[in-house]
Design a protein around this ligand. Structure first.
Ligand code: URP
Ligand code: ZN
Ligand code: ZN
Length: 466
């Protein structure tokens, strides 16, 4: 079993910072050795990595990605191989991706299909949530087997009628079952029935540009759906996790539920913290690059979201990474914004964009680590294997240079997509080295991983349940 000593760095955790050396043996961290003045550390190892002046972070955990996901007649552009490689470049060492149940198919067959896509192809570890689009006696029973197979979170959609949409009655049934199983329902909360009417009116009136994607999905309809999901979760005693929360209205509903002690949690994504409706309004169809659902909001929502991250009404930042190429895929919606595949690439940039939030005074260093790694691990049953630098945990460690400068660009990113939503944005901070279960995957600007390294992570129960 080979050993590695990471020397000279500052360990950043959800509770503070510590100048310490970290010893890794095989796939695990075996010791965190605080440095004290005039006390020499006597550990030896096969390999020594100098991390002087750098942070040691628990590997990032992105709990919301869509690799090779079928959507709108096409498929998201990153495979598990390219997407997990890009994640590692950006300091993410675990993803939780969504297996997508197509209507009329079984949950277990869906899970097998997603295992076949990911198995042997991932550079980092991965788990799955299950998207339930067909609720019936069989699929409700199959939720049991999913939980037993390590998939204990189920995403449902109040949006996309005719595709993933489920009725309130179906949500209620799935929530009752999830509550029995100790599983979490992840909700895409937008009132899709009302939105579809607004979309049809816009198209009929010739308002077909990408900005209309945002204008036909008003924040009030995210707020309304969020409050409705919270009510259904309350009467079924079901843990609820709101995915990709984008609007102040939705955040207010989450905060109120949390104040009354309900098991309600929420994530937001970097695109809602940094991008806005103005980007959707870019001319010459450029706005299509920014089409995702819920849509980018007017800028004034951003302050509420940053505040929500500080107050813990927003507990997690994920990416909702769902890349579609501008040239071949986003073009499907030229002349009809409703046909633009929904999704923005981002798996590579989450840690850096949130570090920019630290540099701007929006988050503390510890909160950065908490919302990108430690809380995701606890929320989705991976802690303490993941989400912390401690003896016994997996050696998923990111050595981060807080002073390095970089400019985000499609010319240099590693995601399999032909544009960057953050083209030209300058960031202070960059990953120097990424270790996944003790294995160096990224070092000094070079990829050293291999697609068979990542393993499936069966997950346990949400550790925040009251
Ligand atoms: O626009 C988005 N968010 N695409 C991915 C599917 C989803 O709803 O998460
Ligand atoms: Zn969604
Ligand atoms: Zn998503």
């Amino acid at each position: 079993m080979s050993s590695t000593l990471i020397q000279g760095g500052t360990v950043v955790s959800a509770s503070g910072t510590l100048d310490a050396d970290v010893l890794v043996q095989g796939e695990k961290i075996t010791a965190v050795l605080p440095r004290e003045p005039n006390v020499a550390i006597s550990a030896t190892a096969d390999r020594v990595i100098d991390a002087t002046g750098r942070y040691l972070l628990p590997g990032g955990i992105d709990v919301h990605t869509h690799m090779e996901m079928p959507f709108g007649g096409t498929s998201s552009a990153d495979t598990f191989e390219t997407g997990t490689r890009a994640a590692a470049w950006g300091g993410t060492t675990t993803i939780i991706d969504f297996a997508v149940q197509a209507k009329g198919t079984s949950l277990l067959a869906t899970l097998d299909k997603w295992h076949a896509k990911a198995d042997g192809n991932c550079a980092i570890d991965y788990g799955f949530h299950m998207i339930m689009s067909d609720v019936n006696d069989t699929t409700l029973k199959e939720m049991d087997a999913c939980v037993a197979a390590g998939v204990n979170s189920f995403k449902m959609f109040m949006a996309y009628p005719g595709v993933f949409y489920v009725t309130d009655g179906e949500i209620l049934l799935a929530m009752q079952q999830a509550a029995r199983l100790g599983a979490t329902i992840c909700m895409h909360a937008e009132n899709g029935i009302a939105i579809d009417q607004l979309v049809a009116q816009a198209i009929a009136a010739g308002r077909t540009d990408p900005v209309n994607h945002g204008l036909t999905r008003p924040p009030e309809l995210e707020g309304e759906a969020t409050a409705r999901a919270i009510t259904l979760a309350k009467i079924t005693s079901c843990p609820l996790y709101l995915v990709h929360l984008s609007a102040r209205h939705a955040l207010e509903a989450v905060a109120e539920a949390r104040d009354t002690g309900q098991n309600v949690f929420a994530e937001t994504c970097p695109q809602y913290l940094y991008l806005s409706l103005d980007d959707l309004a870019r001319p010459d169809f450029e706005g299509a690059k920014f089409v995702c659902s819920p849509p980018l909001r007017p800028k004034e929502h951003q302050d509420s979201l940053w505040r929500g991250l500080r107050s813990n009404d927003l507990s997690v930042v994920s990416t909702d990474h769902c890349p579609f190429c501008f040239k071949d895929q986003k073009q499907l919606g030229r002349g009809d914004f409703a046909k633009i595949p929904n999704g923005i690439p981002g798996v590579e940039h989450r840690m850096d964009l949130l570090h920019a939030g630290v540099a701007a005074g929006q988050l503390t260093l510890s909160r950065w680590v908490e919302v990108t790694s430690t809380t995701p691990a606890r929320m989705f049953g991976l802690y303490p294997r993941k989400g912390v630098i401690a003896a016994g945990s997996d050696a998923d460690i990111v050595i981060y240079d807080p002073r390095a400068r970089q400019t985000l660009s499609a010319a240099t990113h590693h995601m399999n997509v032909d544009y960057s939503a953050y083209e030209g944005v300058e960031i202070t901070g960059r990953v120097a080295t990424t270790l996944s279960r003790g294995r160096v995957v990224i070092d000094d600007g070079a990829y050293q991983g291999d697609p068979g390294h990542g393993v499936f992570l069966p997950r346990g129960v949400n550790q925040y349940l009251l």
